[in-house]
Design a protein around this ligand. Structure first.
Ligand SMILES: C[S@@+](CC[C@H](N)C(=O)[O-])C[C@H]1O[C@@H](n2cnc3c(N)ncnc32)[C@H](O)[C@@H]1O
Length: 205
Protein backbone atom coordinates (compact mmCIF):
# COMPACT_ATOMS: atom_id res chain seq x y z
CA UNK A 1 0.00 0.00 0.00
CA UNK A 2 1.34 3.45 -0.93
CA UNK A 3 2.05 6.01 1.79
CA UNK A 4 -0.35 8.89 2.29
CA UNK A 5 0.77 12.52 2.12
CA UNK A 6 1.60 12.85 5.82
CA UNK A 7 3.74 9.72 5.89
CA UNK A 8 5.46 10.71 2.64
CA UNK A 9 6.49 14.05 4.17
CA UNK A 10 7.70 12.30 7.32
CA UNK A 11 9.67 9.66 5.39
CA UNK A 12 11.40 12.36 3.35
CA UNK A 13 12.33 14.39 6.42
CA UNK A 14 15.65 14.96 8.15
CA UNK A 15 14.19 13.33 11.27
CA UNK A 16 13.62 10.04 9.41
CA UNK A 17 17.14 10.12 7.98
CA UNK A 18 18.63 10.83 11.43
CA UNK A 19 16.71 7.90 12.99
CA UNK A 20 17.88 5.58 10.24
CA UNK A 21 21.51 6.71 10.41
CA UNK A 22 21.98 7.08 14.17
CA UNK A 23 19.68 4.40 15.58
CA UNK A 24 18.49 1.75 13.10
CA UNK A 25 21.70 1.16 11.14
CA UNK A 26 23.93 0.96 14.28
CA UNK A 27 21.44 -1.39 16.00
CA UNK A 28 21.31 -3.69 12.96
CA UNK A 29 25.10 -3.58 12.62
CA UNK A 30 25.46 -4.64 16.28
CA UNK A 31 23.18 -7.63 15.66
CA UNK A 32 24.28 -8.64 12.17
CA UNK A 33 27.63 -7.02 11.43
CA UNK A 34 28.93 -5.74 8.11
CA UNK A 35 28.73 -7.61 4.82
CA UNK A 36 31.65 -9.48 3.27
CA UNK A 37 33.59 -7.73 0.47
CA UNK A 38 31.81 -7.98 -2.87
CA UNK A 39 28.38 -8.55 -1.27
CA UNK A 40 25.28 -8.09 -3.36
CA UNK A 41 22.30 -6.68 -1.44
CA UNK A 42 18.63 -5.99 -2.03
CA UNK A 43 16.57 -3.29 -0.34
CA UNK A 44 12.79 -3.73 -0.07
CA UNK A 45 10.72 -0.53 -0.29
CA UNK A 46 13.71 1.80 -0.64
CA UNK A 47 11.67 5.02 -0.54
CA UNK A 48 13.93 7.98 -1.33
CA UNK A 49 17.07 5.82 -1.25
CA UNK A 50 18.65 6.94 2.00
CA UNK A 51 18.72 3.36 3.30
CA UNK A 52 20.38 2.24 0.07
CA UNK A 53 23.18 4.70 0.75
CA UNK A 54 23.62 3.30 4.28
CA UNK A 55 23.72 -0.25 2.88
CA UNK A 56 26.58 0.79 0.58
CA UNK A 57 28.49 3.00 2.98
CA UNK A 58 27.86 1.56 6.45
CA UNK A 59 27.03 -2.11 5.79
CA UNK A 60 29.68 -2.37 3.05
CA UNK A 61 27.64 -3.79 0.16
CA UNK A 62 29.37 -3.77 -3.19
CA UNK A 63 26.11 -3.50 -5.16
CA UNK A 64 22.50 -2.84 -4.16
CA UNK A 65 19.28 -3.53 -6.04
CA UNK A 66 16.37 -1.57 -4.60
CA UNK A 67 12.66 -1.72 -5.30
CA UNK A 68 9.66 0.42 -4.35
CA UNK A 69 6.02 0.43 -5.39
CA UNK A 70 5.89 4.23 -5.67
CA UNK A 71 7.41 5.65 -8.91
CA UNK A 72 7.79 9.10 -7.27
CA UNK A 73 9.93 7.61 -4.49
CA UNK A 74 12.03 5.68 -6.99
CA UNK A 75 12.62 8.97 -8.88
CA UNK A 76 13.84 10.58 -5.67
CA UNK A 77 16.08 7.57 -4.99
CA UNK A 78 17.46 7.75 -8.54
CA UNK A 79 18.50 11.36 -8.04
CA UNK A 80 20.05 10.66 -4.61
CA UNK A 81 21.97 7.58 -5.77
CA UNK A 82 23.14 8.73 -9.23
CA UNK A 83 26.70 9.23 -7.97
CA UNK A 84 26.98 5.50 -7.18
CA UNK A 85 26.60 4.61 -10.88
CA UNK A 86 26.29 0.93 -11.68
CA UNK A 87 26.61 -0.12 -8.04
CA UNK A 88 22.88 0.66 -7.67
CA UNK A 89 19.95 -0.70 -9.68
CA UNK A 90 16.48 0.73 -8.97
CA UNK A 91 13.10 -0.61 -9.99
CA UNK A 92 9.45 0.19 -9.51
CA UNK A 93 7.72 -2.99 -8.35
CA UNK A 94 6.07 -5.05 -5.65
CA UNK A 95 8.11 -6.88 -3.01
CA UNK A 96 5.72 -9.83 -3.12
CA UNK A 97 7.01 -10.65 -6.63
CA UNK A 98 10.75 -9.94 -6.83
CA UNK A 99 11.11 -12.05 -9.96
CA UNK A 100 8.84 -9.69 -11.82
CA UNK A 101 10.20 -6.49 -10.20
CA UNK A 102 13.93 -7.23 -10.56
CA UNK A 103 14.19 -10.54 -12.35
CA UNK A 104 15.60 -11.81 -9.04
CA UNK A 105 16.75 -15.43 -9.30
CA UNK A 106 16.75 -17.92 -6.40
CA UNK A 107 19.71 -17.43 -4.04
CA UNK A 108 20.95 -14.33 -5.87
CA UNK A 109 21.57 -12.00 -2.87
CA UNK A 110 23.97 -12.06 0.08
CA UNK A 111 21.72 -9.76 2.10
CA UNK A 112 18.21 -8.31 2.05
CA UNK A 113 17.19 -5.15 3.98
CA UNK A 114 13.74 -4.18 5.24
CA UNK A 115 13.69 -0.67 6.72
CA UNK A 116 10.04 -0.47 7.79
CA UNK A 117 8.15 -1.58 4.72
CA UNK A 118 6.47 -4.97 5.21
CA UNK A 119 3.79 -3.47 7.49
CA UNK A 120 2.60 -1.71 4.29
CA UNK A 121 2.17 -4.98 2.40
CA UNK A 122 -1.20 -6.80 2.47
CA UNK A 123 0.35 -10.24 1.92
CA UNK A 124 3.53 -9.67 3.94
CA UNK A 125 3.95 -13.44 4.34
CA UNK A 126 4.35 -13.73 0.54
CA UNK A 127 7.06 -11.04 0.69
CA UNK A 128 8.89 -12.93 3.46
CA UNK A 129 8.67 -16.06 1.30
CA UNK A 130 10.27 -14.22 -1.61
CA UNK A 131 13.02 -12.85 0.66
CA UNK A 132 13.84 -16.44 1.65
CA UNK A 133 13.84 -17.47 -2.01
CA UNK A 134 16.24 -14.76 -3.24
CA UNK A 135 18.72 -15.05 -0.33
CA UNK A 136 21.57 -17.50 -0.85
CA UNK A 137 22.02 -20.13 1.91
CA UNK A 138 23.83 -18.29 4.72
CA UNK A 139 22.64 -14.94 3.37
CA UNK A 140 21.32 -12.42 5.91
CA UNK A 141 18.01 -10.61 6.31
CA UNK A 142 18.18 -7.32 8.26
CA UNK A 143 14.77 -6.09 9.38
CA UNK A 144 13.20 -3.21 11.27
CA UNK A 145 9.41 -3.33 11.31
CA UNK A 146 6.30 -1.64 12.68
CA UNK A 147 3.97 -4.06 14.47
CA UNK A 148 0.19 -4.36 14.90
CA UNK A 149 0.59 -2.80 18.37
CA UNK A 150 1.85 0.45 16.86
CA UNK A 151 -0.62 0.40 13.95
CA UNK A 152 -3.51 0.08 16.43
CA UNK A 153 -2.63 3.33 18.23
CA UNK A 154 -4.68 6.44 17.64
CA UNK A 155 -1.69 8.32 16.22
CA UNK A 156 -0.96 5.73 13.52
CA UNK A 157 -4.67 5.34 12.66
CA UNK A 158 -5.28 9.09 12.36
CA UNK A 159 -2.10 10.10 10.61
CA UNK A 160 -1.26 7.26 8.23
CA UNK A 161 -2.81 4.70 5.85
CA UNK A 162 -1.90 1.04 6.38
CA UNK A 163 -3.60 -2.27 5.70
CA UNK A 164 -5.84 -3.12 8.66
CA UNK A 165 -6.12 -6.89 8.25
CA UNK A 166 -3.42 -9.53 8.66
CA UNK A 167 -0.92 -7.37 10.61
CA UNK A 168 1.74 -8.92 12.84
CA UNK A 169 3.06 -8.66 16.38
CA UNK A 170 6.82 -8.85 16.89
CA UNK A 171 6.61 -12.53 17.88
CA UNK A 172 4.39 -13.37 14.88
CA UNK A 173 6.83 -11.68 12.51
CA UNK A 174 9.81 -13.59 13.90
CA UNK A 175 7.82 -16.88 13.84
CA UNK A 176 7.01 -16.36 10.14
CA UNK A 177 10.70 -15.80 9.36
CA UNK A 178 11.65 -19.01 11.15
CA UNK A 179 8.87 -20.90 9.32
CA UNK A 180 10.33 -19.72 5.98
CA UNK A 181 13.85 -20.91 6.79
CA UNK A 182 15.15 -17.55 8.04
CA UNK A 183 16.80 -18.34 11.39
CA UNK A 184 16.56 -15.46 13.86
CA UNK A 185 17.26 -17.19 17.19
CA UNK A 186 17.76 -14.54 19.87
CA UNK A 187 18.93 -11.81 17.49
CA UNK A 188 15.83 -9.64 17.69
CA UNK A 189 14.71 -6.75 19.87
CA UNK A 190 11.50 -4.85 20.41
CA UNK A 191 11.15 -1.21 21.37
CA UNK A 192 8.38 1.00 22.77
CA UNK A 193 6.27 -1.81 24.29
CA UNK A 194 6.52 -4.05 21.23
CA UNK A 195 5.61 -1.33 18.70
CA UNK A 196 8.74 -1.98 16.67
CA UNK A 197 10.77 -5.13 16.00
CA UNK A 198 14.34 -5.12 14.75
CA UNK A 199 16.73 -7.98 14.09
CA UNK A 200 18.63 -10.23 11.70
CA UNK A 201 18.01 -13.70 10.29
CA UNK A 202 20.22 -16.11 8.36
CA UNK A 203 18.94 -18.18 5.43
CA UNK A 204 19.33 -21.82 6.37
CA UNK A 205 20.61 -24.18 3.70
C1 LIG B 1 7.36 3.61 5.55
S1 LIG B 1 8.10 3.76 3.96
C2 LIG B 1 9.78 3.29 4.27
C3 LIG B 1 10.70 3.83 3.22
C4 LIG B 1 12.18 3.61 3.51
N1 LIG B 1 12.50 2.19 3.58
C5 LIG B 1 12.59 4.32 4.79
O1 LIG B 1 12.91 3.64 5.77
O2 LIG B 1 12.61 5.55 4.81
C6 LIG B 1 7.45 2.34 3.10
C7 LIG B 1 7.86 2.29 1.64
O3 LIG B 1 7.41 1.03 1.13
C8 LIG B 1 6.87 1.23 -0.17
N2 LIG B 1 5.94 0.11 -0.42
C9 LIG B 1 4.73 -0.11 0.12
N3 LIG B 1 4.20 -1.27 -0.31
C10 LIG B 1 5.13 -1.81 -1.15
C11 LIG B 1 5.17 -3.01 -1.93
N4 LIG B 1 4.16 -3.88 -1.92
N5 LIG B 1 6.28 -3.24 -2.69
C12 LIG B 1 7.30 -2.35 -2.71
N6 LIG B 1 7.31 -1.20 -1.99
C13 LIG B 1 6.24 -0.93 -1.22
C14 LIG B 1 6.22 2.60 -0.10
O4 LIG B 1 6.03 3.15 -1.39
C15 LIG B 1 7.23 3.36 0.76
O5 LIG B 1 8.23 3.99 -0.02
Amino acid sequence: MLMNRVETILMNSGARRALQRWYEAPALLRLGGQLAPGARALELGCGAGYGTELILERFGADRVDAVDLDPAMVDRARRRLARHGERVRLAVGDVTDLRRALDAADGSYDAVFDFGILHHVDDWQAAVGDVARVLRPGGRFYFDEVTADALATRGYRWLFDHPTQNRFTAAEFVAELERRGLAVGRRWRTRIRGHYVLGVADRVA
